[in-house]
Design a protein around this ligand. Structure first.
Ligand SMILES: [Fe+2]
Ligand SMILES: [Fe+2]
Length: 192
């Protein structure tokens, strides 16, 4: 009977998965930055690209701290998220709607990474790999900060602008007025 894999085996496997995911993200983030119209959003993607390059290096340090070879293993999960992001970029959206959608794509990636690092840290701690846990925690903190930054940009104006653009066609109706509340113009108010 072959020897069963241990949590250590699973841990190394997940590290390889994350290493590959980070590398895929270093190629995807410049595309998100390029597609963004809002200068602060572009800046957010660019600065997270720099951090992501640091995440690749930090994982190399983690492998070294465990005396393991630095190696990646194709991450299907992040590949799918990146693929969905590409489909969004192919859509014909107005600028501010595209920005809102780029944030949505970016946040899917951040949450995926946060889940992966959360598990890696818990496993590293459980097995007493304190150096690895410390390094992984630094990366998790940056993922969380990147996610918060994207939320702040969305909620600080981008979603509002996109929503305003979406409702421009019925701008004659005051916000909050029911469209079918019996106002005499409501029946034929030019809604499409
Ligand atoms: Fe990362
Ligand atoms: Fe990230």
């Amino acid at each position: 009977m072959p020897e069963a894999g241990t949590l250590h085996t699973a841990f190394i496997d997940e590290l390889r998965d994350s290493y590959d995911a980070e590398k895929q993200l270093t190629k995807a983030l410049p595309k998100l930055a390029k597609a963004a119209s809002n200068p602060q959003l572009r800046q957010a993607f660019e600065s997270h690209l720099k951090e992501t390059e640091g995440h690749v290096e930090r994982l190399e340090q983690v492998f070294e701290s465990l005396n393991e070879k630095v190696r990646g293993k194709h991450c299907d999960g992040i590949a799918g998220i990146i693929e969905e992001g590409k489909s969004v970029m192919d859509e014909d959206f107005d600028e501010t709607t595209m920005d809102a959608c780029l944030i949505a794509s970016g946040q899917r990636a951040e949450h995926y990474e946060m889940a992966a690092y959360g598990t890696l840290i818990a496993w590293a701690e459980a097995m007493g790999h304190t150096e690895a846990a410390k390094l992984l925690q630094q990366t998790l903190n940056e993922e969380k900060a990147a996610d918060k930054k994207l939320s702040a940009l969305a909620e600080g104006g981008i979603n509002r602008s996109a929503a305003d653009a979406a409702h421009m066609e019925d701008h004659e109706e005051p916000v909050g007025a029911g469209a079918s509340s019996g106002r005499k113009s409501s029946a034929k108010s030019g809604r499409r």
